[in-house]
Ligand binder design. Structure first.
Ligand code: PBG
Length: 327
């Protein structure tokens, strides 16, 4: 057979395949979510997320050291406060759970990069991401509160803030407040295209943040929409977002690709709790090879255009990259 083009030539050996790869990954682009429970001392496994833990304030640096042992140097912090109220006031308390955790991490590991999730759902007694008027979240009143939360994280020493509330104007509100407080250098990673997703289920069980009534469809995006994601990214970019994010990841690869192509800000993707839990459950049932499915899923997100990935598999992925299984 006289074939000019034989794509298989470049697939023959591992060395060749590795040289020709189009998608490159690095542990530097992985961000690991850490849950800190103000009421806990020590470490407690999270039932909805097999292999993940809640850490007490006395154990946050254990979580950090576990990351460092795998070469993971970036985290995203989520807090479970000791007390909740209607306006989520524990979210901006000087001695709130996140503020204490950031101080503890930064004093022991100043170079470990700490991103804080800025939202109210873990701190409100109704579980919504903002201030309620009746059964609706009031956008502009919520912005004032989110701005206070972001500044309190800055005061504690957070390296970056990540608003996940999906309020209109949230990046502008945070940027103005951070700049006013002298934190011009703190970047904002905006959860720009965050969908109202059933894939957040295990996280809400872990963070105790499920809404007590209704759902989040009044502020998070409708999964049917694609152009709206571009609009949300454009608004966040105009408001000064330094990094844009699409969330969840695996069911929204098309959105990641389009947003990555359309904007010049770095693009983050969040491989959410349900994505992790499904792989864990399928592997526990003997249905799939956990390691390979984990790797293939992460490669897909980067191939789609993400520059960085928030994932509960960060430590295992860093190992897989180092060991040459991917990347
Ligand atoms: C807070 C927040 C959520 C997640 C990240 N930040 C939950 C939600 O919006 O209900 C989900 C993360 C995950 O599922 O892993 N608003």
């Amino acid at each position: 057979m006289e074939l000019i083009h034989r794509p298989r030539r470049l697939r023959r050996t591992d060395a060749l395949r590795r040289m020709c790869r189009e998608t490159r990954m690095s542990p530097d682009s992985l961000i690991y979510p850490i849950f800190i429970d103000e009421t806990l001392s020590g470490v407690r496994p999270i039932p909805s997320l097999p292999g993940q833990n809640h850490y007490g304030l006395d154990s946050v640096n254990q979580a950090v050291e576990e990351c460092l042992a795998h070469g993971v140097t970036h985290c995203m912090l989520f807090g479970l406060p000791g007390a909740k109220d209607a306006c989520g006031s524990s979210a901006w308390a000087e001695k709130g759970v996140i503020q204490q955790a950031v101080r503890a991490i930064k004093s022991a590991h100043p170079d470990f990069y700490v991103i804080t999730d800025v939202c109210l759902c873990e701190y409100t007694d109704h579980g919504h991401c903002g201030i309620l008027h009746g059964h609706e979240v009031d956008n502009d009143e919520t912005l004032d509160v989110l701005a206070k939360v972001a500044v309190s994280h800055g005061l504690a020493g957070a390296d970056m803030v990540a608003p996940s509330d999906m309020m209109d104007g949230h990046v502008a509100a945070l940027r103005q407040a951070l700049d006013g407080a002298g934190f011009r250098h703190i970047p904002i990673m905006a959860y720009s295209a965050k969908y109202a997703s059933a894939f957040y289920g295990p996280f809400r069980a872990a963070a105790g943040s499920a809404p007590s009534f209704g759902d989040r469809r009044g502020y998070q995006m409708d999964p049917h929409n694609r152009k709206e994601a571009l609009r949300e990214c454009a608004l966040d970019a105009e408001e000064g977002a330094d990094i844009l994010m699409v969330k969840p990841a695996l069911s929204y690869l098309d959105v990641i690709r389009e947003c990555a192509d359309a904007f010049d800000q770095p693009m983050c993707a969040y491989s959410v709790s349900g994505e992790y839990a499904m792989i864990k459950a399928a592997a526990a049932a003997g249905l799939v090879d956990e390691r390979r499915v984990m790797c293939e899923s992460a490669v897909a997100v980067f191939r789609a255009g993400a520059d960085m990935l928030i994932t509960y598999f960060a430590k295992e992925l860093a190992d897989a990259i180092r060991q040459g299984e991917i990347g």
